[in-house]
Design a protein around this ligand. Structure first.
Ligand code: GDP
Ligand code: ZN
Length: 290
């Protein structure tokens, strides 16, 4: 048997990219269909070949991660795209996406696209997100800047873009891989089609290595679904201070002698990040059933 990864699924057939970089169109072994296994793009599989470019999926391997939107298995990384301008970056949305990425166990990096328009936004965001532990990459899909740094982050893993519409996600894919020529706005427009969409998600192969979902992730985001005490762990830069507060159960709001609040007041934790922690904590609290 041969190892591969499902990169597309159409009407009961699955396109499998093998470890030898072949694409093989496969159907599922009857046993898998009978077991009602839901196969996802991104699933690692074992196949046998039945003819030229054709084969059968024999086994599904265990998933490491599983996203709802886009419905892709084994995504390892989310690249959150914001524009330096037009539209202005939405830091609440950015932090919300990052908390979802942390909860799902994904690596995350921040891309500031349209950096041909202004450098000030990128500088401001670098000061917030680099100390928080997130790489920040400046790009311009239009001017072709920063693309090698993005290719480097994408190489050898499964990634998805996330971020609001209009920031240049489709343009970035086109700039990274001119052969795909997605229409600008296309990957965003797909979101709007919601349940009427017939095209399902695919993983695009990048010639520099790596796979990226052609549909951006984390659309229609709610508050993270987690425990009140877990929210603090979704902010990596809080970690050095957790356990240093006076009260073990400290949620870093109004409790006395709070190391996190002190760090925020001293500028060691960015003010916006601390504010958004409080915002998300309040939302999680409101969603509690009691
Ligand atoms: P998406 O909705 O995130 O996929 O964004 P699009 O790729 O459709 O881009 C939205 C608009 O921004 C289009 O008009 C693009 O031409 C423009 N755009 C994309 N990248 C850049 C960039 O790096 N610089 C500038 N100035 N405009 C860009
Ligand atoms: Zn505290």
């Amino acid at each position: 048997m041969e190892k591969g990864i499902i990169i597309r699924g159409v009407g009961g057939f699955y396109e499998v990219l093998t470890d030898t970089q072949d694409t093989v169109t496969c159907r599922l072994r009857g046993r898998l269909r009978l077991e009602g296994e839901r196969v996802l793009v991104g699933d690692r599989v074992l196949i046998t070949r039945t003819g030229a470019g054709e084969g059968v999926v024999e086994e599904l391997c265990a998933r490491k991660t599983q996203l709802q939107r886009p419905p892709v298995a084994n995504v390892e990384q989310v690249l959150v795209v914001m524009a330096a301008a037009d539209p202005e970056p939405d830091l609440i949305l950015l932090d919300r996406i990052l908390t979802h990425a942390e909860l799902a166990g994904l690596e995350a990096a921040v891309i500031i696209n349209k950096s041909d328009l202004t450098v000030e936004t990128a500088q401001r965001l670098e000061q917030i997100y680099q100390p928080a532990g997130y790489p920040v990459i400046r790009t311009s899909a239009k001017a072709g800047l920063g693309l090698d740094a993005v290719r480097e982050r994408l190489a050898g893993r499964i990634s998805t873009f996330a971020g609001p519409s209009g920031v240049g996600k489709s343009s970035l894919i086109n700039a990274l891989e001119p052969g795909y020529s997605l229409q600008t706005g296309e990957i965003s427009a797909k979101l709007g089609r919601g349940r009427h969409t017939t095209r399902s998600v695919s993983l695009l192969r990048l010639s520099s290595g790596g796979l990226i979902a052609d549909t951006p992730g984390f659309s229609r985001l709610d508050t993270v679904d987690t425990e009140l005490e877990a929210v603090q762990h979704l902010f990596p830069e809080f970690r050095p201070y957790l356990g240093e507060c006076k009260f073990r159960s400290c949620l870093h709001r109004n409790e006395p002698s709070c190391a996190v609040k002190d760090a925020a007041a001293a500028g060691k934790i960015a003010a916006s990040r601390y504010e958004h922690y409080l915002l998300f904590l309040g939302e999680v609290e409101e969603n509690q059933p009691y």
